[in-house]
Design a protein around this ligand. Structure first.
Ligand code: KIV
Ligand code: ZN
Length: 517
């Protein structure tokens, strides 16, 4: 009988803590709902002690996402653990995930503690967590560079203290599969009460081996695997969920295991994450890259047409990749559009459909062929994650390679209209400076990227920006056939997020002062 592998998704914690991947509360909720649709077993929603924002996001996920287990991370201290519990106590299935480093390198240089002190702290942490929450996971940070006997002793004691999930992270991504697999095996064999816990692997990708190591971990006794969508995460990232799940599914002959992930939701999850963070996946990324199912060479195309088995080891449909088919035209109505979105897996509200239809008709005026990818971009672009505080009404920008560029921007805020002009180093910079003049809330552009949604000269362009406002960075995104329009709206989107966050903080402070805190 194949055994189940539990999928522990840490996109919202280990993934989100990597540079350029931060998400606000609404974005985390949106992603968590998609992870629920993907049917992962556990969502690690954040590290609540790290900030009030993270605490609130974990709490919102715990309250609203009911099917999977919701885990919150805590260092092995009472304060961290209590804060973690506070954030997830309303979850349908809560889990406290507590960790401490166990390698001598970390003990000597980071914690400055002896092995016995860390041992005692780990056991105490599991007890505190277990008093609060029925399900406790214990992780030994930098496990793979720890002494195997010491690690086994700590794990045995953690299980004794009430941990039912034990995680063996390759924190620095140093292991290779032929070493990680036997290491897991050796640790497990030394733990006398191992049948009382599920063992877990958590591999980082510094040598590009996170997925291979995770599979080796599974083969050697791990039944939970910690991973992220698109493999985002600290430094080179975490093990990529879609690669692990598809490796298990595609090579059942090698891996007698199964997951309960709905693989048809993989592509939508990947796209959503890119949309929320602006972190693109490389075109040749396995499973979800733009080219993952594209057959360019003539011989390959010919083979696939004759029989897809010739060059395709899994179908695009199995991961929810939509085919680049011509879908709708100028005369398609709302009904056809609605139907098409349903086929693509999007259940739109009336308002969302209206908005999508508005952009669809605008697009058909300018673009002859509308593809599935265009429709996905339209709907994701129009997602109402935060309110549009400022709206772009008009933009005109000009410039060349010789002199300063200039721009005129008109924004609307409620019933007010603002117009400003500015010069800048390039047409986009000029637009951004004009917006800064209007809002009086200048941003510093940290990153800017453009991506074409489909092929051809009339392809939709998606622009992502990372902008710093008052010391915090925000992402902004927009798509358009016109690059200046997309660039300007992406910046306005980031401005809106920053202002929205400020308003929320002010509201919170006002409530706290009214409550006499
Ligand atoms: O990489 C790591 O060791 C971690 C732990 C907190 C589980 O992310
Ligand atoms: Zn990690």
């Amino acid at each position: 009988m194949p055994e189940k592998i539990f999928i522990f998704d840490t996109t919202l914690r280990d993934g989100e803590q990597s540079p350029g991947c931060s998400m606000n509360l609404e974005e985390k909720l949106k992603m968590a709902r998609q992870l629920e649709r993907l049917n992962v077993d556990v969502i690690e929603a954040g590290f609540p002690i790290s900030s009030d924002g993270d605490f609130e996001a974990v709490q919102a996920v715990a309250r609203q996402v009911r099917r999977p287990t919701i885990a919150a991370l805590a260092r092995a201290t009472r304060l961290d653990i209590e804060r973690a519990w506070e954030s997830i106590k309303e979850a349908h299935k809560p889990r406290i995930h507590t960790f401490i480093a166990t390698s001598d390198i970390h003990l000597q240089h980071k914690l400055r503690k002896s092995r016995s002190e860390v041992f005692a702290q780990a056991v105490e942490a599991v007890r505190i967590a277990r008093d609060l929450c029925e399900e406790v996971e214990f992780s030994a940070e930098d496990a793979t560079r720890s002494d195997v006997n010491y690690l086994a002793e700590i794990f045995e004691a953690a299980i004794e203290a009430g941990a039912s999930i034990i995680n063996i992270p390759d924190t620095v991504g140093y292991s290779v599969p032929k070493e990680y697999g036997p290491f897991v095996n050796a640790v497990l064999s030394k733990i006398s009460n191992r049948n009382k816990a599920v063992f877990s692997c958590h591999c980082h990708n510094d040598l590009g081996l996170a997925v291979a190591n995770s599979l080796a971990g599974i083969e050697n006794g791990c039944r939970q695997v910690e991973c992220t969508i698109n493999g985002i995460g600290e430094r080179a990232g975490n093990a990529s969920m879609e690669e692990i799940v598809m490796a298990l599914r595609t090579r059942k002959d090698q891996f007698p295991y199964f997951t309960e992930v709905l693989t048809e939701e993989i592509y939508r999850s990947s796209r959503l994450l890119t949309n929320l963070t602006g972190m693109f996946v490389q075109p040749n990324k396995a499973v979800v890259g733009k080219n993952a199912f594209a057959h360019e060479a003539g011989i390959h195309q010919d083979g696939v047409l004759k029989n897809s088995l010739t060059y395709e080891i899994m179908t695009p449909q199995s991961v929810g990749v939509v085919s680049s088919t011509l879908v709708l035209g100028k005369h398609s109505g709302r009904h056809a559009l609605h139907k098409k979105y349903q086929e693509l897996g999007y259940e739109l509200t009336k308002e969302e459909l209206e908005r999508a239809y508005f952009f669809f008709t605008k697009l058909t005026d300018q673009k002859k062929e509308i593809y599935d990818e265009d429709l996905i971009t339209i709907v994701q672009d129009g997602m109402k994650i935060i309110p549009d505080i400022y709206r772009l009404k008009y933009v005109h920008s000009s410039g060349g390679n010789q002199e300063l560029s200039s721009a005129v921007v008109k924004l609307e805020k409620g019933s007010q209209t603002f117009i400003e002009s500015s010069h800048g180093h390039g047409p986009v910079d000029a637009c951004y400076k004009a917006i800064d003049k209007i809002t009086g809330f200048p941003g510093r552009l940290l990153d800017f990227s453009v991506n074409s949604v489909t092929k051809g000269k009339d392809a939709l362009g998606e622009v992502f920006v990372h902008v710093k406002f008052s010391g915090r960075s925000y992402t902004g995104k927009a798509a358009s056939l016109n690059i200046i329009d997309a660039s300007t709206r992406a910046y306005v989107n980031a401005v809106n997020k920053a202002i929205y966050e400020q308003l929320r903080q002010q509201e919170k402070a006002a409530k706290a002062s009214a409550a006499g805190e």
